[in-house]
Design a binder for this molecule. Sequence first.
Ligand SMILES: NC(=O)c1ccc[n+]([C@@H]2O[C@H](COP(=O)([O-])OP(=O)(O)OC[C@H]3O[C@@H](n4cnc5c(N)ncnc54)[C@H](O)[C@@H]3O)[C@@H](O)[C@H]2O)c1
Ligand SMILES: [Zn+2]
Length: 361
Amino acid sequence: MNTLYCKGYTKPNYPVYLSTDEDLDDLASLLPRTKKRFVVIDEKLLNLFPQLTTHLRTDETYIFPITATERNKSLNGLCNLFDEIFALKPNRDDIVIAVGGGLVMNLGGLAASLIMRGIRFYYIPTTLTGQIDASMGSKQAINFKGAKNWLGMFNDPEFCYINPSFLKTTSLREFNSQAIEGVKLCLATDKHLFNEVFESLDGLYDAPAPGLTSFIEKMIKAKIAVVEKDLTEDQYGMSMLYGHTVGHAIEMLDHDNINHGEGVGLGMLAAARISCMLGIADESLVTTHEEVLMRLGLPSKIPSHIAPTDIIEKLGHNKKNYEGEVRFVLLKGIGQMANNNEDYFNVVPNKVISAAIKKGY
Ligand SMILES: NC(=O)c1ccc[n+]([C@@H]2O[C@H](COP(=O)([O-])OP(=O)(O)OC[C@H]3O[C@@H](n4cnc5c(N)ncnc54)[C@H](O)[C@@H]3O)[C@@H](O)[C@H]2O)c1
Ligand SMILES: [Zn+2]
């Protein structure tokens, strides 16, 4: 087992264990021997990994299965958990173990942070997003009044236990569209790391275990490096938003067919085209983006039934806009974000946005 450390918000750092034990046998010994364990778990995992709860059980372990929908990542979802947990008379020494993708991690992490002003919690992420993104960065949140992640706080888990074996049951499409967010971070912040992962992207989903583990480790390192520089994502951490301006608009307009990662991939390509049009990057940046999407089997063309005018209209509603200007994270080259005195949001003239989007079909 390899141990990395991530800078924390409430602690100097916390361990991120990267395990290759296919039977998950190493998990039980990592957890403290506490009285009560509250396991907040994605309900799908109970069938997919029946041996998992055996590793988590002690004399007093309570399982709370969660249906992973954004509707349940809400005040209502949180209150349901509190009702059940408080009926069991929790103690400040008890712990929460959040097992699932980013959604269950957020819900379980926030619940633990609020119970008696905060009890210890542990992350066992089971999606690629959970493993390479949500595990690092200390963000706990739920949705409120239809807005994503409006209620929350920064708080750290005691540790994250990351095991690539969990990913065997994710679909190819889901896997690749989650992988792009990790590749995005390397593209925006670390040329060396990007070059290393670029070669491995072909057939990553079916790659033998060491290949996948090595990819995950690199992605974790990229996120840890960003958290180290800017934990609250006000400046350098904007790199997380690369590709999200146009990506989010496309996802909103066609969420039946385009998932979050696929939208981000298209948004990254649009951002690369904008960088070229503004003369801050050369054409090879666009070619690299196209190749990344091709290697991951992700769409590189905006579906023709989405009108460019609808995308532009949606951009106007982005909550990251400021005084009516549409802002983008842009790259000068691989691993180099354009910035003005540490301000990583670039205002782009509407004419350029529109031309870049029209090239995307
Ligand atoms: N805190 C953060 O920094 C952070 C970062 C990224 C995402 N998030 C949040 O995480 C959520 C998205 O996370 P996600 O992409 O992991 O999605 P998710 O947690 O919604 O899971 C996606 C789907 O995968 C299923 N699933 C989970 N593990 C599985 C497995 N091993 N095999 C098969 N299916 C499995 C779930 O049941 C669900 O249907 C959003 O709510 C987002 O806001 C938070
Ligand atoms: Zn994203």
